[in-house]
Design a protein around this ligand. Sequence first.
Ligand code: FES
Ligand SMILES: [Fe+2]
Length: 467
Amino acid sequence: MAVSDSVVRGFSSAVSPLTEALLEADSREVGAGLRSRGNYMPKPKKIPLSRYYSEEFAALEKDRLWTKVWQFACREEDIPAVGDRVPYTVGDMSFVILRSAPHEFRAFYNTCLHRGTRLCDGAGSGASLRCPFHAWEWNLDGSLKNIPSRWDFSAVKTPDYKLPEVKVETWGGFIFINPDPSAPPLALSLGVLPDFFKTCPAEDRFTAFHIRKRVRANWKVTLEAFLESYHVVETHSDSLSFTGDASTQYDIWDDGKAHISRLITPLGIPSPHLGDTASTTVATNRAFEVFAMAMPGIPVPTYDAASTLSGRAQVAEWRRQLLGAGLARDFSSWADAAMLDSVQYFMFPNFCPWYGEGLPLIYQFLPHGTNPNESLMSVRLTAPVPGGGAPRPPSAPVVELDFDEPFSTKPEIGLLSLIFDQDMSNLPRIQAGLRGAAPGRAEATLGRYQEQRIQHFHEVLEKMLGA
Ligand code: FES
Ligand SMILES: [Fe+2]
């Protein structure tokens, strides 16, 4: 369906314009990516709630989605040296992702060919892959290296016992796998992403902080909680003084092969919900404070009424100077939007790379085991690799957070941990509520504009599952 003009594209106030107008007013040339508008609008359709808890639906997802789709597994910097490996586990399927040569990555089914033991449980390293049970051992290219008591396995022909392998491709330092041997190239699934990220190359960034959280909600419930800014007014009401939640711009690009969507939520303007008389000065000052929280001890500027720059441009300029000096990199041409705003892309089915310095995150959402009422959310906070010939900082190790452990136990990510806890507080409640829905009313009704990315997600999912 083409983008329809009957759709109302957000809500603004006299002091809180729509994102499109803010991009027009940017103090820098906003690149083609940020300026680009989507080419697709999904059809309105209710979503059956059973798909968030049905075991049959989860089994269908395993058979027709996770075994067929390009999916973000890890970052190249997670396995910097030859022999480094991490497991990538989606539901009850698991793969070992390893660096088999300086510029070569491989992914194997994470199961021993002797009696089925999982080979890799966590980040590790070594010249071979060795099973912890009886020490069957494989080379990094998957060929069988050694079987203890080889005399007892005369029927085992070494070439027949290569570890089963799945497709691996990379883009921007992200490692993707696809268990489908006949899968088309990854590039067809990336769509606009490589083009749009040229001005903020993901390969020039590293994982500065990495949390993996267990959540008592279906993986789609968890994912969908992060695809819209509609919930900000209720769930994150303490952010309204500096967040243009209802001004958010949503876009979808779909060519039938790549299913990409994006939101841009502007920062440093009051929420349109606060009305025409909300203070833009407060919005600017709060934006200064929020960004300063990530750099304890630095002096916090305030809005300069004598400046010819807008409040947003003032905050953006301050960030360009600070980050530029701290990282020995040049941000002088970066748009205000790229320095401030929450620009979140989504690649079907579960990968959100964020663009720019406003909120530099990476999300990954996964089913947890075979229980459709549980999921995993991985959050990475990224930073640019410093310039001036400095070495690439190591990728942060994963910090595991159990079901009942809040993000606020990890104060390293500052204000973000409080925001994530606000989101997390909803999720088990959603999972419980949708399971107890009245018969005949067990459907979700989505907002036409603000929840279009969720609508689109389900459209693609239904098509893939034949559901
Ligand atoms: S199960 Fe792996 S070596 Fe025996
Ligand atoms: Fe949220």
